[in-house]
Unconditional design. Structure first.
Length: 134
């Protein structure tokens, strides 16, 4: 088992994510996009001398439960304990699905402005109260 781990991690540079092996290596296009974005941010935040840099909050990709809200009544959530895990359902017994999100957040005084949130290839923007995000 140790040999398999060594080959996958040390020689092939992959890691297990969501039951799939994902390579750590970036393509040249991905590297160039990161350099371009970093230069834009350095310029925008005056090479770190601007106090606006302290308003940025970043997050790694995470799983968030979501479902299509059909009415205000469906806004109620119920959690059912299933062995060592929780199953979340709305009040009609419909099971909530988990989606992968990769958020980039900007913190303001009373809320977090969601600058970019990728969900299955889509982007959205919105304003979320701090108490809902923390």
């Amino acid at each position: 088992m140790k040999a398999i781990h060594t080959i996958l991690h040390d020689h092939l540079s992959v890691r297990k994510l969501c039951s799939r092996w994902i390579p750590h290596n970036l393509t040249e296009a991905q590297k160039q996009a990161r350099v371009k974005w970093s230069k834009e941010m350095l310029k925008k935040f005056n090479r770190g001398r601007s106090n606006l840099v302290y308003n940025i909050v970043t997050g790694d990709e995470t799983w968030i439960y979501s479902y299509e809200l059909k009415s205000k009544q469906n806004n109620l959530l119920f959690g059912k304990k299933i062995i060592n895990n929780w199953r979340l359902e709305n009040n009609n017994g419909e099971r909530l699905k988990k989606d992968m999100f990769a958020p980039l957040l900007k913190k303001t005084v009373y809320s977090i402005d969601l600058i970019s949130m990728a969900k299955n290839g889509f982007q959205t923007c919105g304003l979320y109260p701090l108490h809902l995000m923390l």
